[in-house]
Design a protein around this ligand. Sequence first.
Ligand code: PGU
Length: 424
Amino acid sequence: MIKRNPAFQALKAGYLFPEIASRRKAFEVSHPEAKIISLGIGNTTEPLTPHISSAMADYSRFLSTREGYSGYGDEQGLKALRSKIAETLYAGTADESEIFISDGAKCDIGRIQLLFGADVGVAVQDPAYPVYVDGSVIIGAASSVSAKAEPCAKSCSETSTGAHTGYAGIVYMPCTAENGFFPDLSVVPENSLIYFCSPNNPTGAVATKEQLKKLVDCALQKGCVIIFDAAYSAFIRDDSLPKSIYEVEGARRCAIEINSFSKPAGFTGVRLGWSVVPKTLVYEDGTPVINDWNRIMTTVFNGASNIAQRGGLAALDETGLKEMRSLTDFYLENARLIKACLQGGNFNSMGVRIYGADNAPYVWAQFPGKKSWHVFDEILKQCRTLTTPGSGFGPSGESFIRFSAFGSRSNIQEACTRLSSFAL
Ligand code: PGU
């Protein structure tokens, strides 16, 4: 019989979010009357905005005409969209030809690992969006993952999912309140891949320009490549904070940036994102990384939806930018409401500490001395509210809960009412 790819055996548990969804289902079976509110997965809830959705509707109708129809497009995406992204979001720091349109950030993060193969070392912020670690394990990165990954202890597999105890083949860089959620970079291995997300999922922390400069200097000095995930950059309201790693000198020689229309335009279902691979980023032998990225995108990707790309173009014109601004403002207000609720009454007496929410759609709450999954279960039981256990994002997430600000205003208000009587 055909052998199973050992990388899958190395994975400790299922992907975090389906795991949470299955806990919700189990709870609903035993409590059929429960009207659960989800502050769990960061999934957009507000309708597409008028200008952006009309552009897609119009284009879809155009496709139904003989003169308007088109089939496969360029794998790299529409030139007009690549140019628009370059001029609107990178003004001078990245060129149209360095931008690759995709079906979303998660898909790019997965594909990008093909660039560096199984032998590359990997360093991640801890906690981190689980795709960086799970994707690395699936590709067998950090050398022989099957040999290096510790088997999950029985108690761990019973109570936890994702990167609970961590994989031995991956370097975890703790991001805690004590270090201002910016890691000690001295642990980064030479010639490795560094995953870095800002604004951060799940902590909501945004790296300052000085911090990103340290990251870039470290990567240049150690021969590393940074995969900079900027999926939440549109939520930054503090103008002193960098929205792109290319705002930092030297980043074009060591960083790939990933971004998405999912959160600012509500495209989680429409699917549209992009990556930036500067021509000045080269491997040890001098080959530009962009050549191989182009090879991957033309070989295992067939271009983003042409309808979605028209939506992306509309999102970046004057009206579209205003619409995205008001959508992100809406979710930021939700985040503020959740944060204010968690700073009040009961939570105060439980010693709960609150982070994030100011420039990101997540509130990161620490319940000192408690296990994340226990708090998750209690919030579900007492408040009929779904959250995400911090330990699912990595060992340093233990004792934390992530509250997502994606939800209708009435659901957020109702969740806050329920949470205000929560007790542990
Ligand atoms: N990057 C980060 C940092 C994210 O948090 C997410 C979504 C993505 C990329 C995905 O972007 P797409 O362009 O839509 O592919 N994170 C959500 C959803 C969970 C998931 O599995 O993607 C979250 O709740 O963390």
